[in-house]
Design a binder for this molecule. Sequence first.
Ligand SMILES: Cc1cc2nc3c(=O)[nH]c(=O)nc-3n(C[C@H](O)[C@H](O)[C@H](O)COP(=O)(O)OP(=O)(O)OC[C@H]3O[C@@H](n4cnc5c(N)ncnc54)[C@H](O)[C@@H]3O)c2cc1C
Length: 382
Amino acid sequence: MQQKVLIIGGGLAGLTSAIHLRKQGLDVTLIEKDTYPHHKVCGEYISNEVLPYLQWLDADPSILNPAEITHLEFSTESGKKFIAKLPLGGFGLSRYAFDKFLYDKAIENSCNIVTGQVMEVKYSEDTFQVLTASGEVFYADIVLAAYGKRSVLDIKMERNFTHKKSPWLAVKEHYKGAHAEHIVGLHCFEGGYCGVSKTEDGAINICYLVAYDSFKKYKDIKEHREQILCKNPVLARIFNDCVSVFEKPLTISQISFERKDAVENHMLMMGDTAGLIHPLCGNGMAMAIHSAKLASEAVIAFANNKLSRKEMEERYTKEWNHIFLTRIKTGKWIASLLQKPSSVKLASLALTMFPKLLNTVIKRTHGKPITIASAYEYEIQE
Ligand SMILES: Cc1cc2nc3c(=O)[nH]c(=O)nc-3n(C[C@H](O)[C@H](O)[C@H](O)COP(=O)(O)OP(=O)(O)OC[C@H]3O[C@@H](n4cnc5c(N)ncnc54)[C@H](O)[C@@H]3O)c2cc1C
């Protein structure tokens, strides 16, 4: 009998694995709580490492005309600038367009997409029971969890990170104005950092992450921006020259960078559900897509009786840790460094003396182009 796969969450990780698994003929249902298209809080810079895989899935986003990004411009709080060529480069594409594009591809591949919010997942005797807020119940042999950074399911499962307060919040808006298409900016300010890059329709994405303790001293986003972000002359110029095209900024809070497990309650966790890298690395989307590939390959091997459930779970955990842990740790280390003015000064001095340092850091927070292995090659790799 054909194995039934259920995917929770239709962001990049969920949609990518839905397309992959449908291409291999599996029976796939994806449950997503929102409808498409919609904006998301995200810097919208995507590393080119995902392209070979997306091309293999026949889901090459190049047809959406994304901004081609080749360089990173970094500025310290005082406005001192450094520029580095991105070893692989990347592209600027709004989540509004990207998620909708992958959703359309999933539909094209006859994936069953259901609108609903998953509230609970039970596992017993090799079968999952998935319950939604509207009372629907789904049964599946395999569940992939791709519901993002934080959900009611994390609290139900008492995942470790839900017990700790997350001190970060994020703000994003699209703007009209001048910004070099080939540059992704990363600009520091007291308590946080801000990404700036162009998207497919010429809009400039400005998205920043700030420690809540620093933000709460100000009345609102506008005052915090004027008093703190604009102390960096690079950001002051950008905010002065650009005009928002959103009615109001999008915000999210409770962003946790704590360690998570790649498998919980026999579900393979993908994307941010398995672990979130600091956005300053600009690699979260690539990791979401890459983890979808790893999980899909493991599921295909399981569905073809090449791996037992235990082996599938162990293999996925091992691969996830091997590929992503160093990136996540490096991101955390850089973020903590940027939180201390004294270490920013030291870093600035080091970058002035050794400009290649920036390239080294970029390499440690990014992967190589994602290579393609079929389910059978996957088995042979052992
Ligand atoms: C401020 C900020 C800036 C960032 N900038 C960048 C960047 O420039 N480049 C980069 O590569 N990465 C960036 N990232 C990281 C990137 O946004 C994420 O890593 C990426 O979105 C992860 O994709 P995902 O599919 O795991 O999760 P998501 O895209 O969050 O998708 C999860 C989906 O699950 C759905 N969902 C949630 N709960 C349920 C439920 N119970 N039932 C059903 N559906 C559910 C949600 O509606 C959502 O559609 C940034 C992150 C932040 C916070």
